[in-house]
Design a protein around this ligand. Structure first.
Ligand code: GLY
Length: 359
């Protein structure tokens, strides 16, 4: 199987490279992405580092890079300024210059933080993303969103900082725990619902849904489709002022559920719940028909994800009002009335409360 390359035309142009066994070729690819770098900081976390850090480090050293590393405790709780300060400190101590680079090796939390450390160190150095989770491969690693959480909310501090390359090794998906794999499907389903009817068909007719994690060819096709969808959206709206907001389908309510669970519920699981809740509310409000609603709910559940949760409309509105995605007092809720077509639906808090109360 030859590697797939999807080119991104944003404020920085780069390739997303998708293939099997790319972890062993990281040195070569990073050399291509950041030819002037001599020092690399690998950022990883405690679940991923034991699996891939030695291989990635060896491959980078084989290419002549001097390699530093920061491995943080896995989980959303580490996504804070203290972990970023560790990264800045290691780079400062090792004498990194503006032509050196950071490599993010892990899931969404790793990519967001490594990207933010790179965006801010010396006012910005290169970052290469190596997403190892399904969620990060199909969504978080592409498009340049970086940042950290505050106690008040998720991703409240950050910047747009496009990577110099994204290296997606589909073999990494085999080592994910079944729960981590399934949460990634929440983001996959999102693309199918908001913009990709072909992907939706693939996911619907795929027979052995419980065995998808072991089917590398189908998974590669799915990852490629999702990345192509994301690239299409971010090429049109890199800075999230318009169409990119459709990628937040399920996220507005999902983020509230995630935070209320104290991050014990996975992001992709919360997105699935958020999409289910909006689908129910759209049906109740007469904004979609039953067939469209049932198609979305059945597919969410068929892939082992929950399509709802006991969040009350008041809890949802209170949580959403703390979310950075609101503009003034207006919430940009993403709704899908017809499969493959997402809409941005501006609502005030009372409008959202009434909308959610009908379901
Ligand atoms: N994950 C949504 C975005 O990148 O805009």
């Amino acid at each position: 199987m030859t590697d797939i390359r999807i080119h991104v035309r944003a404020s920085r142009e780069y390739d997303v490279v998708i293939g099997k066994g790319l972890i062993a070729k990281v040195g070569q690819l990073v050399r291509e992405a950041v030819p002037k770098a001599t020092k690399i900081l690998i950022v990883s976390e405690t679940n991923v580092a034991p699996l891939y850090l030695d291989t990635v480090k060896g491959s980078l050293e084989g290419e002549g890079f001097e390699v530093e590393e920061v491995v943080f405790e896995a989980g959303e709780k580490s996504k804070n300024i203290d972990t970023i300060a560790r990264m800045w400190g290691v780079m400062a101590k090792a004498g990194f210059t503006r032509t050196d680079a950071v490599v993010a090796l892990g899931g969404g939390v790793t990519g967001d933080m490594a990207g933010f450390a790179a965006a801010t160190f010396l006012r910005g150095i290169d970052v290469v993303q190596i997403p190892t989770s399904l969620l990060a491969q199909v969504d978080a690693s592409v498009g340049g969103k970086t940042g950290i959480d505050l106690p008040e909310g998720k991703n409240q501090v950050g910047s747009f900082h496009q990577p110099s390359m994204v290296i997606e090794d589909t073999d990494c998906l085999k080592t994910l725990s079944p729960d981590k794999f399934t949460e990634g499907l929440g983001e996959v389903l999102k693309y199918a619902f908001i913009m990709d009817k072909e992907l939706l068909k693939v996911l619907e007719i795929y027979e052995d849904k419980g065995n998808l994690q072991n089917d590398t060819q189908t998974l590669t096709d799915i990852v490629k489709a999702c990345v192509a969808d994301k690239v299409e959206v971010i090429t049109e709206d890199e800075f999230d002022t318009g169409r990119r907001q459709i990628l937040n389908f399920g996220h507005t309510i999902g983020h509230v559920i995630e935070r209320d669970s104290n991050f014990t519920k996975d992001h992709g699981v919360c997105v699935a719940m958020g999409m289910g809740i909006i689908a129910d509310a759209c049906l109740a409000a007469g904004m979609t028909d039953k067939a469209t609603h049932d198609r979305m709910i059945s597919l969410i559940e068929a892939y082992g994800l929950p399509s709802g949760d006991g969040i009350t409309p008041d809890e949802a509105v209170a949580g959403v009002m703390n979310d950075k995605k609101k503009r003034g007092n207006t919430i940009s809720l993403i709704v899908v009335r017809n499969i493959g077509e997402a809409e941005i639906c501006p609502m005030d808090p009372e409008g959202l409360r009434i909308f959610l109360s009908r379901r």
